[in-house]
Unconditional design. Structure first.
Length: 173
């Protein structure tokens, strides 16, 4: 172990504080106790004293350390990794291309990723923002099946779709 690297958890005698706030293995509070007394309590049960939070009075847990690490790793695995997916369209996108992008957005949403829809207008397109608004609304209607009211954000229209949103049965060409 690298001597400069801080350990993930302090165990038993490695806990520096003289008093600790103690929790049993079911996370029920046992109150403030002396560190040595807490270590004795843990050893009588055949368990370890693990510091789980740093505070004025460190929070310690009486638990089997190996089992505790396994459960922490299991929690990390079950946390879903979601990334914001971004789909850009333009006001003069063809209906076929719009359908393809809608099906991609539908796939992203069903797999649990939020989607950010951006319709950017460049040059002369800025003279007719209603076209960008229509295409963005048409795109969102293909995905959700609902008509939405969009607001302009500078030279673009931005709309966020969350994975829990009601999706239409088919977002296709």
């Amino acid at each position: 172990m690298n001597p400069r690297k801080k350990p993930a958890h302090y165990l038993n005698e490695a806990i520096r504080s003289t008093t600790v706030f103690l929790l049993d293995n079911e996370r029920k509070p046992l109150g403030k106790t002396d560190r040595k007394q807490a270590i004795e309590m843990a050893r009588k049960q055949g368990l370890d004293l693990v510091q789980i939070a740093q505070a004025d009075v460190p929070v310690c847990l009486i638990v089997d350390y190996g089992k505790y690490l396994y459960q922490e790793q299991k929690k990390e695995v079950h946390q879903k990794n979601t990334k914001l997916k971004e789909i850009q369209i333009s006001p003069n996108i063809s209906d076929h291309d719009l359908g393809i992008k809608a099906s991609h957005a539908h796939e992203f949403l069903t797999s649990g990723h939020p989607v950010k829809v951006i319709c950017k207008m460049h040059g002369r397109e800025k003279a007719h923002p209603e076209l960008g608004q229509q295409k963005t609304a048409q795109f969102i209607q293909k995905i959700t099946g609902k008509l939405v009211q969009l607001t302009r954000n500078g030279s673009s229209f931005i709309y966020h779709l969350s994975p829990g949103a009601q999706l239409s049965s088919k977002a296709s060409v």
